[in-house]
Structure formats: C-alpha cells, structure tokens
Design a protein around this ligand. Structure first.
Ligand code: SF4
Ligand code: SF4
Ligand code: FES
Length: 261
C-alpha cells in the first residue's frame, strides 16, 4: 500500500472510483478518503458512505468473509470487499470498485443475484437411501464424507459465477447453471447417502458441456474450493461414462435386449 496524498492527521488518503448508477446506466465517481493500516475495501466504502455519499448502496453483512454478501469487482477482479485488504492494493492509483458484471445492476454496488436462487431449485434435491440401522442411522466411510466436505464450505458469494465467461461474456444463464451450482450438484452426487442420478440434467438442462475448464472460477473462490478439479471434472466424467462410453452403451443395449427376451 502506498499513497502520496496526506490526510490532516498525518495518515494517508486514497481515491476510490466507485460505480454509481442503476439498471439504466451509471459511471465511476471518484471519492478521496483517509485510509489507515488494517483497512479493507469495505471499510473505505463505508467511510465514503458515511462522509460523502450517504445514498451509496452497498450490500454486506458479516464483515468476516462468511456471508458472501459484499461481492464486487475491485480493480476489475471479483473479490469480497470485506476481505480485500488495502495493503494488497497499489493506492498511488485510484482503486476502482464496481458491482459484479455477470448480474443485473440494482443500484451502485448492489446487483440482483436472484437468478442463482432460481437455478438452485432446478437441481434434483438430496435423496437419501433408507437408514442402515434399525435406529434410523446410516453407516458411511469417512473418506466418502471427507470428499464432499469442501463443497459445503461454499458461502454463495457468486464470485465464481461472476468470473465465468459462459455467464459473464456469453450470458448463457438459460443454458448453463455455472460453477457454483456444479459444486452444489457435486455435493449431492458424491454424497455417500444420495441415490438420485443427476447426470441427464447436468448434460442437458444444466449445460455442463459449456464449461471448458478454464479454472477462472477456482482462482477467485474465497473458500478455496477446488471447483474445477474436485467438482466439475468428476461430474463431467460421470456424464461421459453414462452417455458416451462405448462399452457402457453396449452393455446398456445388451442388458435391454436380454431383459426383453
Ligand atoms: S472452469 Fe468452467 S465453470 Fe469455471 S470459469 Fe471456466 S468455464 Fe466457467
Ligand atoms: S464456490 Fe466459492 S466462489 Fe463460488 S459461490 Fe461458493 S464460495 Fe463463492
Ligand atoms: S460482508 Fe460477509 S462476506 Fe463480506
């Protein structure tokens, strides 16, 4: 962190270019404010809101990187504002703070992420097998439990959705559910108790084939979920095994024939 501008108390000042506007359009508006050690971008935004722009709209909740509400683009990169330390930014230049581009703007830094909640409802829900024991409990291998644990860390910040070119640049929201919901589907598909088969919906309605494994989603995940290697690639393998593996297809045809004889 470095800034040439001096604040009256001897601290330094930095300039933030904040996107102001709504669904009809907007622009970057510069605000200069005092900054000090330990501050994050959300602190600066709150200070600007308190001192210079009372009507600046910003969504946040926990300020601890856990609620997933404060997602935005800081210097063009998808970030949680409450986890974006000013000490990691070059403050000699203005810092741009913009709303997520993959979602429709509501006002200023707030976007409409409701599409994500509609998508979630389209995924076949958890369908556990019957309990293994008379007392209604199940037996599971610890390794199977561990496998899905990382997917459950998701805070639904939607930064991975924001960075995914299929949604961001090609606006294929109707055809592709995006990395967040491939993680969600993986958590269900790989759950040791689940009995549902989501391969058909992943292939057709959820458009897993549109993902070309660029790994941009994995790079921005604040929970460090290995989205591509641990969720998307195994799901793609399941789809390929089921629909494109020639041996599996032959076996299916053979089983169908022997059943009908
Ligand atoms: S790896 Fe797939 S889901 Fe992730 S950003 Fe790239 S195209 Fe999107
Ligand atoms: S997978 Fe990671 S980046 Fe995507 S919504 Fe969940 S926490 Fe955010
Ligand atoms: S305010 Fe909750 S993640 Fe940033």
């Amino acid at each position: 962190m470095a800034s040439d501008l001096q604040a009256p108390g001897g601290g330094s000042k930095a300039t933030f270019k904040v996107w102001r506007g709504d669904a009809s359009g907007g622009q970057l508006v510069p605000y200069t404010t005092e900054v000090s050690e330990g501050m994050v971008v959300l602190d600066a935004i709150h200070q600007i809101q308190a001192e210079q722009a009372n009507d600046l709209a910003v969504r946040w909740n926990c300020k601890a990187g856990k609620c997933g509400s404060c997602s935005a683009e800081v210097n063009g990169k998808p970030k949680l504002m409450c986890m974006a330390r000013l000490s990691d930014l070059e403050l000699d230049e203005p810092v741009t703070v913009e709303p997520m581009r993959a979602f429709p703007p509501v006002r200023d830094l707030v976007t409409d992420v409701s599409w994500n909640f509609r998508v979630k409802k389209t995924i076949t829900p958890f369908a556990p097998r019957k309990p293994d024991a008379p007392d209604g409990t199940w037996r599971m291998a610890q390794s199977d439990v561990d496998r899905v644990q990382e997917f459950r860390k998701c805070i639904e910040c939607f930064l991975c959705q924001d960075v995914c070119h299929v949604l961001r640049d090609h606006q294929m929201q109707e055809e592709f559910i995006g990395p967040r919901f491939l993680v969600y589907a993986a958590a269900l598909e790989m759950h040791p108790l689940d009995t549902a088969d989501r391969t058909e919906e992943l292939r057709q309605a959820h458009g897993i084939g549109y993902c070309n494994i660029t790994k941009c989603c994995t790079k921005v995940c604040p929970e460090n979920i290995t989205i591509t290697d641990n969720a998307i690639i195994p799901l793609k393998e399941r789809v390929v095994d089921k629909f494109y593996d020639p041996l599996a297809r032959l076996f299916k045809i053979y089983s169908r024939r022997t059943r009908s004889e």
